[in-house]
Design a protein around this ligand. Structure first.
Ligand code: G4P
Length: 290
């Protein structure tokens, strides 16, 4: 889904999140595993406050595994559990459910100690557009949504999904906005498809993406497009890819737009290899994780 962000819209989305937060014990923050920094919301911590939080590194199938493990360690060092998940195939979902239940335990235990009946942990999903919120809700609910009866104080429209006996998920994810101000962040969001293609200049973004891939993942790029020798700059690379893929206009000129679309589609579907665009705080840790 494409969303346009402007102050009124953002404030409304934020207000909704704040309202729903009151209903849950744990927040599930979805990040794109390829860009754990760029896909974060700048004011999430302030909105969520002290509420316990579990991080999902979603689209883990598209992310560099060793680098992702370092990110998991970095979050752990801050006392936060981060779970790599592929919301489409369901990988990591079992581990995620365990992590959420664990995270909610202090709260649910306390309720029982204070004389309340034991109840399931309540949680909600938060994340920027396109990060996979709906996919994860579908996965967690196993396709068939078991609706929980309406609760007093909860408007009729709010539905809960029962997951096993220990968990209930609000069937309405909270949508937050990414950081747009910082150029690097905006590029990462564009590369991965978090920002709709019609709101930025695709031609220059693809050239920058190719430059990044040429530097960080040259062998995947060469293998995919059967390129040989030194990889030159983004523009020459795009032309070479266009030639290899037969993106030609009448007269033999390269059809650059077609080549750009090929690169974007290949990158986003993982055909150019698994990547990590936001380096974890300490690169040296990657070596330990391998
Ligand atoms: P949202 O609710 O947060 O906005 O995201 P949504 O679940 O709609 O997912 C956005 C796109 O990301 C979908 O692609 C979805 O299939 C894909 N996706 C979600 N989770 C994963 C994952 O773990 N791995 C991979 N590889 N893809 C994932 P789509 O339906 O093709 O949408 P689009 O390409 O038309 O934007």
């Amino acid at each position: 889904p494409s969303l346009q962000w402007y102050p009124g819209h953002m404030r409304k989305a934020e207000r909704l999140v704040r309202e729903n937060l009151k209903l849950v014990d744990v927040v599930i923050e979805l990040l794109d595993a390829r860009i754990p920094l760029s896909s974060a919301n700048p004011v999430l911590r302030e909105i969520v406050g002290d509420k316990p939080r579990v991080i999902v590194l979603n689209k883990a199938d598209l992310a560099d595994e060793a680098a992702m493990r370092v990110w998991v360690k970095c979050f752990a060092a801050q006392g936060i559990t981060a779970v790599p998940v592929d919301a489409v195939k369901g990988r990591g979902v079992k581990e995620l459910v365990q992590a959420i239940v664990q995270c909610a335990k202090p709260k649910t235990d306390k309720l029982v100690q204070h004389g309340a009946k034991a109840r399931a942990a309540r949680c909600m999903i938060l994340g920027i557009p396109n990060v996979g919120k709906s996919s994860l809700i579908n996965r967690l609910s196993g396709g068939s949504k078991t609706k929980v009866e309406n609760r007093p104080g909860v408007t009729r429209a709010k539905q809960w999904i029962r997951i096993g006996t220990q968990l209930e998920l609000l069937d309405m994810p909270g949508i937050l906005w990414p950081k747009f101000e910082d150029r690097q962040t905006a590029l990462h969001l564009a590369y991965t498809g978090a920002i709709n293609d019609n709101v930025y200049d695709v031609a220059s973004v693809v050239l920058l993406l190719l430059d990044t891939l040429r530097t960080k993942y040259p062998s995947d790029l060469k293998e995919r497009y059967r390129l040989e020798g030194e990889l030159s700059n983004g523009a020459e690379l795009l032309a070479a890819i266009g030639r290899k893929r037969g993106c030609l206009r009448a007269g033999g000129r390269i059809d650059e737009e077609k080549a750009q679309q090929i690169v974007l589609t290949d990158f986003r579907s993982g055909r150019l290899g698994r990547v990590m665009l936001d380096s974890p705080p300490s690169i040296s840790l990657i070596e330990d994780a391998r």
